[in-house]
Design a protein around this ligand. Sequence first.
Ligand code: B12
Ligand code: SF4
Ligand code: SF4
Length: 313
Amino acid sequence: MTPSEKTSLLRRLAAEIGFDRARVASATKLDRDGYLRGWLDRGFHGKMEYLERYYEQRADPRVLLDGAKSVIVVALNYHQSPPPKPDDQPRGQVAMYAWGDDYHKLMKRRLFLLADRLHEAIDQPFETKCCVDTAPILEREWAARAGVGWIGKNTLVLNQGLGSYFFLGEIVSTLEFAADQEATDHCGSCTRCLEACPTEAFPAPYQMDASRCISYLTIEHRDPIPPEFHQPMGDWLFGCDICQQVCPFNRDVPEAEAFATRPPGPFPVLYELENFSQEQYRTTLTNSAMKRAKLPMLQRNAAIARSNLKKPH
Ligand code: B12
Ligand code: SF4
Ligand code: SF4
């Protein structure tokens, strides 16, 4: 089988498994890895110390998997049209990526299935390593190289047909697939996301100071949230979607087939969460992406959101 026949096979198998896109990049050292070093040196990662570890793997997938030749990048749409708020109780907002079941499990299951199908169909020994989110790999950089989409000014990967509400996953492989073309940037003169960010988390286009991002503050930051961010956080309880909501490429995007909304849903009642016991937290959020935040963090976020909802606008 030639490398381009392998890439066609990969695309067919990935579509059968339910991925919305599957593209390939050649596994080489990243030429923009110096950007990661500068980003960490400036402290833009806040307290996400795990991003400082395995630098060599992040910069070069051949360190992650010895003999790697290709990085397969898949995208899975999670977009759902937002429902209206159910009533006028004080409710917080949850970012769309966490409305359904935890994506890590579903993505991993599908990636392993894809790797197995490739092994069955290709009569040749090769190794694979499946990665989603937590693996030391710069997923957006690989998605851009493989042509899944371009990295927008809001630092997310955007695709002209899918917008940006999709998850990324990778299979690093020692097998050579024909590489796809790198995506081109379509942001043009638009600056909507940069202007809309309430915490001014973009020091420049294509750059994020994650320590200022509501997503970081509500999900990753375990200490008290600095008061300067309280008011700009508005009613965001877990994550933030503002720089995606304003993006013109997210208009008229398809609805996701996976990730049906589950409790506590897009707009949890704030005082209910504030009064959750550990047991209620465990049972309500089992298998939810929201479990990434410990109960005291959710309660901290809920208290800030509730106080913001009380203030006159
Ligand atoms: C840490 C992290 C965060 C942090 C920091 C985000 C950030 N911008 O770095 C926080 C907690 C803030 C966060 C928030 C969110 N995240 Co997040 N996050 C990650 C994680 C785990 C690592 C990212 C990382 O390594 N950052 C370090 C910086 C240096 O990397 P980088 O910005 O990618 O830099 C590279 C490129 O930008 C490029 N580059 C540098 N300069 C330039 C200039 C130009 C012009 C270009 C083209 C490229 C370029 O070079 C750099 C080095 O290679 C990834 C998963 C992964 N393993 O990659 C998910 C990931 C990026 N997150 C994801 C999601 C869904 C989100 C949220 C939407 C969740 C939410 N709704 O709350 C928000 C979006 C906020 C935003 N606008 O980015 C998805 C993004 C999917 C997509 N379509 O792009 C990912 C890929 C997870 C996944 N598997 O699906 N996240
Ligand atoms: S997710 Fe929200 S806080 Fe973070 S950069 Fe985007 S708009 Fe700003
Ligand atoms: S809002 Fe505009 S600048 Fe920002 S990512 Fe979307 S197209 Fe690019």
